[in-house]
Design a protein around this ligand. Structure first.
Ligand code: UDP
Length: 495
């Protein structure tokens, strides 16, 4: 990759620090690569754990080698033992541990990032929950941007947490933390009034999962609420979304954070910029933490067009054995073909058990295929896939929006509660079954989206995918915003 800079005139140097989880790292690496393409120098801070995974499964070196010295990864420890699970609810340990041990390590990374062939770091781009990095930015008098890798609708709900609590809408009084107890409360269906712009859309059950606690003083909830409000102090704010998808919510956020850049969907934005620079994207763009099993593509090749439900609950969801079996029976009983990703660490206690009912084994052999991890964008774009049954993670939704497929949304936690509501009620691209896990509901909803209402959802999904493509094309909203961001970053060494 040639650079317009050399030696003393090295380009501005941007340091990017994602929360070290699959979805966050993927989004931030996509942004990092776009910056490399734009002739900026980038350092991405990874934890030892996520770095190891990316080296082993995500092709980090081959992906970025074309940029020579423009890209570097720096590593720190997340402070947890190697055998910590880093999945399910335990991901909060990663975030909280980094708040304890991240500050000093981050300072050292900043110092060692300044080198002979690189300028001093001129701008920080950090994820949410990372205020411990800010004293270093302040000492160096450099600007910082916050990049939250969630949807605008979930961010805005987090932003309004103090108002939601003040209005008495969440947390619900007198309950415990058992999720079934929450699911069944009638108050969960009451409308939310404290989130401007979402009146008539959100019920309490659609608010981010962190609000499902006993006590408004809950540490994780308060930390998230405080860090989210503090976004107003950043020099700018980046979201992986686009104006035609979340315009009204982005307008609400802009009232508090005017310097907002919507630049998504980033994965397709990167692909399009690679293509216009004469590069191929495809395989080299993987940022997987797990080994991708491509056998599923051969299986998909042998299925009829539009006939398969692709099922994946992302990189951190954990299911109990009972939940797994409810989904499994629902899929098999629907009589529809399915491709299902079940990560090796995704069943609580690793307890699928030796005794799998014969009807499930048989039904799966006839119409199903199960794998541990797939190249998801390739799978979603395969002509045999008709519907995405998702846990409503933001990257998964955006990848589906970009392809233009209908969705069945379940939700495990955090922002997924809000995302799933927007898919069904605002974008009308599918159905939302969060807070249920019942084989009859699963069977019915699969038939409903794959057969009964397929055309209706497909039409909406295709229209949205055209809007996504327009957003990242020359002159589109995300394209223009990204250029504006690039210009700002290029000006940072002159400040
Ligand atoms: N993913 C993948 N292969 C899989 C399952 C998931 O590549 O078999 C990717 C998916 O494409 C997405 C990411 O993992 O980019 C999951 O991020 P998301 O925000 O959807 O959910 P999270 O894992 O953060 O809950």
């Amino acid at each position: 990759m040639s650079s317009e800079y050399s030696g003393a005139a090295a380009p501005p140097h941007i340091l990017i620090f994602p929360v070290p989880l699959q979805g966050h790292v993927s989004s931030m690496l996509n942004l990092a690569e776009i910056f490399c393409l734009s002739d900026l120098h980038v350092t991405v801070v990874l934890t030892d754990y996520s770095h190891r995974r990316l080296l082993r499964h995500g092709g980090l070196h081959s992906r970025f080698s074309r940029y020579g010295g423009a890209f570097r990864a720096a590593t720190i420890s997340d402070g947890l033992p190697d055998d910590h699970p880093r999945t399910g609810e335990a991901i909060f340990d990663v975030v909280m541990s980094l708040r304890e041990v991240g500050g000093e390590q981050f300072r050292r990374v900043m110092e060692s990032s300044d080198g002979a062939s690189r300028r001093r770091v001129s701008c920080l781009i950090i994820d949410g929950m990372m205020s411990y990095t800010l004293p270093v930015a302040a000492e160096r008098r450099i600007p910082y941007f916050i990049f939250r890798t969630i949807s605008a609708c979930a961010f805005w709900s987090y932003f309004c947490t103090p108002e939601i609590i003040a209005a008495g809408e969440m947390p619900l009084r007198g309950n415990d933390e058992d999720k079934l107890t929450y699911w069944r409360k009638k108050e969960m269906d009451f409308p939310v009034t404290a989130v401007p712009g979402m009146e008539g859309i959100l019920r309490r059950r659609d608010l981010p999962g962190l609000l499902r606690v006993n006590d408004a003083a809950n540490l994780s909830l308060q930390a998230m609420a405080a860090e989210t409000k503090a976004t107003t102090k950043a020099n700018g704010f980046i979201l992986n979304t686009f104006e035609d998808l979340e315009g009204p919510i982005l307008d609400q956020i802009r009232k508090h954070i005017p310097n907002l850049y919507s630049v998504g969907p980033l994965h397709s934005h990167l692909k399009s910029r690679l293509e216009s620079s004469g590069f191929e994207s495809s395989q080299k763009n993987s940022s997987s933490f797990w080994a991708e099993d491509s056998s599923c593509i051969d299986w998909l090749d042998s299925q009829p067009i539009g006939s398969v439900v692709y099922v994946s609950f992302g990189s951190v969801t954990m299911l109990t054995r009972d939940e797994l079996f409810e989904f499994w029976y629902g899929l098999v009983n629907s009589g529809i073909r399915f491709l299902w990703v079940i990560r090796p660490d995704s069943v609580v206690g690793n307890r699928v058990g030796d005794t799998i009912p014969e009807e499930l084994e048989e039904g799966t052999k006839r119409r199903g295929h199960m794998v541990e991890w797939v190249p998801q964008s390739t799978v979603l774009g395969h002509p045999s896939v008709g519907v995405f049954f998702t846990h409503s993670g933001w990257n998964s939704i955006l990848e589906c929006v970009a392809i233009g497929l209908p969705m069945i949304c379940w939700a495990y936690f955090v922002d997924q509660m809000t995302n799933s509501r927007f898919v069904s009620e605002v974008w009308k691209m599918g159905l939302d079954i969060k807070d249920t896990c019942d084989r009859v509901i699963v069977e019915n909803v699969v038939r409903e989206v794959m057969e009964v209402r397929k055309d209706e959802f497909l039409e909406r999904a295709r229209a949205m995918s055209i809007m996504a493509r327009n957003a990242i094309s020359e002159g589109g909203s995300s394209f223009v915003n990204l250029n504006r961001l690039n210009e700002f970053l290029k000006s940072t060494t002159q400040r």
